[in-house]
Write a protein of this length. Sequence first.
Length: 229
Amino acid sequence: MLKHYIIEKQNNLKNKTVDFYTPTGLHVFFQHPVENIDVEKVISQVEDTIPHHLLSEVEMIIFGWFDEFEERSINAFYNDNALYISHLQEDEKDLFDDIVHEISHSLESPYGYQIYADDKIKDEFLRKRIHLHDILWKSGYRAPKAFFMDTEYNEEFDMFLYEKIGYDKLSVFVQGLFLNPYAATSLREYFATGFTEFFVESEHAFMEKVSPALYQKLIKMQNPIEFDM
């Protein structure tokens, strides 16, 4: 009996379908089950890793499949104090990455001034974009420089990167310039990619070298008093 109970409990953890609240009051809701992943373990890891003041905007995590995923070719997004996360996940690390990434987007509206007002991240991002323009131009991939000077997400520019160049090839061009190809798509994703890298990876030497302004901002964000949260 005990053996069957343990097996059943393990299966329930790996195929989570029951809504729950975390000790901090975060509501986790399942539109569809997340299979073969211990969701409670992952979310507990998130709450242990991210400073509490940086979780203040997230009240709910909803797992399922949403129209926005297909419309925007994404698998997670943040909206109105909730994280919408795909129930289709490769493993616990993949889920952890998705949650941390969307938490970063939850901070941009209420704390946009603290993040962007001094222009340090923006200036660093644009310097990298200009450098990327020159690299691509010399390699025969030519697009208007105005694309590279626009800090907002631009679907036409994203298609240029994704379809004309391809993310595999782009990953070679951005080595030592951006943390990954996705970081080059917009200023918001530059910040979000750095936020994710900072809290997912324990080793920060590469990030500090490649994106020093962003790295220093993330260091500051850990202290609620210094960051004026």
